[in-house]
Structures are given as structure tokens and as C-alpha cells.
Design a protein around this ligand. Structure first.
Ligand code: ATP
Ligand code: MG
Length: 301
């Protein structure tokens, strides 16, 4: 489907030009792409806030925008804005009331969510006093108030310090482990890499690659990297003759790049007789950043 807002001066479409994706239930699905690539537009389409200009989509088998699925979804916006004078419990009570939630089981849900996001002990503090990380935790709790089957999140760790981001990622994993589907949008590739089960790469409004994280990061001409210590001048020469390439890591450690595991092990055995120590041996894995740069056709000069 597409959502074309307008055309630029050269007549090129602006917005989401070609979105084609399928999200499996119970997963953390990541939509990654640079600024302006169409991530928030995609979320707005799923939320039924805007409609495609061509094509169509479904959530739980219902057409985009159908009120039937809306009560089964949650949304965590980028840079959430809340009423400043409410505390955490009042805030969640307010959002729950929009879904008609009341009663003791609703109180229990508020407690469960505040514990899940690590805010139960700080539940009496007013939103006005929250740090950026605390606001983001409350935003997660707010997005889960109606016990949705899928929760959409726009840049959930943007603006957080490293510890805050790790904690939010941990909460996101817990949400997935509770059986929910999480749909994340982010341009922070390093954060998405350890978090997402499946990824779609969006660039200039077009999905240019999609697959499980494992598939995407698997290096087809996978080589093996072996780290050695204690090389003399002659054993370094020996390593250079056995490996495809050799790179110095620290003063006394070198990384040999081998075509496969067997040649790396054979080299390690040959070098061991000269007292060289094998510190580490592992297959080379691509990073999401490398996959992304390749998918978008390199870094513009
Ligand atoms: N309401 C609108 N009217 C016109 N153009 C829009 C509108 N909303 C978004 N766009 C354009 O559509 C494209 C996609 O925007 P979108 O906000 O979906 O990107 P994004 O991937 O979420 O970016 P960011 O990482 O900056 O949040 C951009 O070129 C943007 O300028
Ligand atoms: Mg956005």
C-alpha cells in the first residue's frame, strides 16, 4: 500500500511509497529506516489515523481503520505528552477510563503495569516531576492499559541514556514474553539489533529488505575470525601466509581472517607449536548497520 502526501518540486511522491509487510504474532517486529523514511506514517496507517492513497492492509483480518481491531491495539507515541498534574496511578486510570475500564480488576491491572515498567514505587509522583526515562516507562504502561494483543511503538528509546534504553528494551522483551506482538519503529539500528525478532528496512518510503534478524545478519560468505596472542616475527609471518588477511588488534594480539573454521583451527594448531595462544574463534557476523547500508545502496558521498 502507499500513502502519498504530496509531490516534491521534481514531481517525486512524498510519503510512504511502497509498504508491503506481514507481521507474525508474538514477535518483536522492527521497522527501521532513516528520518523521513515513512515509519510514523506506517504507524498512523495501522492506527487508522490516516488512510492509504492506494492499496490496502489488515490488522487481525480487519481492514485498516476498522473500529473492531482498535480495542485490541495499543500505541506508544514518540515524545509522549501527558497531563502534568496527574500521578502515575491517576494517569493510567484516566487512559483506562477511555476504554471504559473500572473496578478491582482494573486496579490490579494498573498495579501490574506499574510494576512491569518499574514505576510502582514512584506511583505517587506527579508527571511534571518525571525524568525522560520515567515518562517513557509511563508511556509504555499507557500503551498496554487495554491489554492489547499488539502494541505499536514509535522510537521508544529515543532520548534516553544508555541505562534507560537498556531498561526499556528489557520491558519490551517482557511484553513480548507475555504473548503480545510488539511493532517498533526506530532509526537506532544498534538498539534494534539485539531486540527485534524480525526486521523490515524502510528507505525513502519503500521497504527494501525484510527478514528475521538471524537471516539478515547471516553473512553468506561467512568467514572465521581467530584472535591470537604471543606472536613472534616469524609466527606473524606464518599467520599471514595461512590467513586471508591479518589485522593487529592490540599491541600483542592479532586477528586472522580465515575462509572457514577448519583452516582457522589448522592455523591455530600450527602456531601453537611456536607458543602462540588462540584467544577467540568465531564466525564473522554482519551488523544490522552493515545490512542497512548495503540495503540502501551505500553511504551517499
Ligand atoms: N502530514 C504530512 N504532510 C505532508 N508530508 C508529510 C506529512 N507527514 C509526513 N510527511 C512526509 O512523509 C515522509 C515520511 O514521514 P514520516 O514522519 O513517516 O517519517 P519517519 O520515518 O517517521 O521519520 P522520523 O525518523 O524523522 O520520525 C517525509 O518525507 C515527511 O516529510
Ligand atoms: Mg517518525
Amino acid at each position: 500500500m502507499a500513502k502519498i502526501y504530496t509531490h516534491d518540486l521534481e514531481g517525486n511522491p512524498v510519503g510512504l511509497i511502497d509498504l508491503s509487510l506481514e507481521v507474525e504474532e508474538g514477535q518483536i517486529f522492527g521497522l527501521v529506516g532513516p528520518n523521513g523514511s515513512g515509519k510514523t506514517t506506517t504507524l498512523k496507517l495501522f492506527l487508522g489515523l490516516i488512510f492509504p492513497t492506494s492499496g490496502s492492509g489488515e490488522v487481525f483480518g480487519y481492514p485498516l481503520g476498522s473500529p473492531v481491531y482498535k480495542e485490541r491495539i495499543g500505541f506508544v507515541p514518540e515524545g509522549p505528552y501527558f497531563y502534568d498534574h496527574l500521578n502515575a496511578v491517576e494517569l493510567l486510570r484516566f487512559y483506562g477510563s477511555l476504554f471504559g475500564l473500572t473496578g478491582p480488576s482494573f486496579q490490579d491491572r494498573i498495579e501490574h503495569l506499574l510494576r512491569l515498567v518499574g514505576m510502582w514505587d514512584r506511583r505517587d509522583r506527579k508527571v511534571a516531576d518525571y525524568s525522560r526515562g520515567m515518562l517513557q516507562r509511563i508511556a509504555l504502561a499507557q500503551g498496554l492499559i487495554n491489554d492489547p494483543d499488539i502494541v505499536f511503538m514509535d522510537e521508544p528509546t529515543a532520548g534516553l541514556d544508555p541505562i534507560g534504553a537498556i531498561q526499556i528494551r528489557e520491558v519490551i522483551r517482557q511484553i513480548r514474553n507475555e504473548g503480545k506482538t510488539v511493532f517498533l519503529c526506530s532509526h537506532l539500528l544498534k538498539e534494534m539489533e539485539p531486540l527485534c525478532d524480525t526486521v523490515a528496512i524502510l528507505n525513502h518510503g519503500v521497504v527494501c529488505r525484510t527478514g528475521t534478524m538471524r537471516e539478515l545478519l547471516a553473512d553468506e560468505d561467512s568467514c572465521y575470525l581467530a584472535t591470537f596472542r604471543g606472536l613472534s616475527e616469524s609466527s606473524l609471518q606464518q599467520l599471514q601466509s595461512l590467513a586471508v588477511s591479518v589485522e593487529q588488534q592490540q599491541e600483542d594480539t592479532y586477528i586472522g581472517n580465515f575462509r572457514d573454521q577448519n583452516s582457522a583451527v589448522a592455523a591455530a594448531q600450527a602456531l601453537a607449536t611456536g607458543g602462540v595462544e588462540l584467544l577467540e574463534l568465531h564466525p564473522h557476523q554482519l551488523s544490522l548497520e552493515e545490512v542497512f547500508i548495503e540495503a540502501v545502496g551505500g553511504i551517499p558521498q
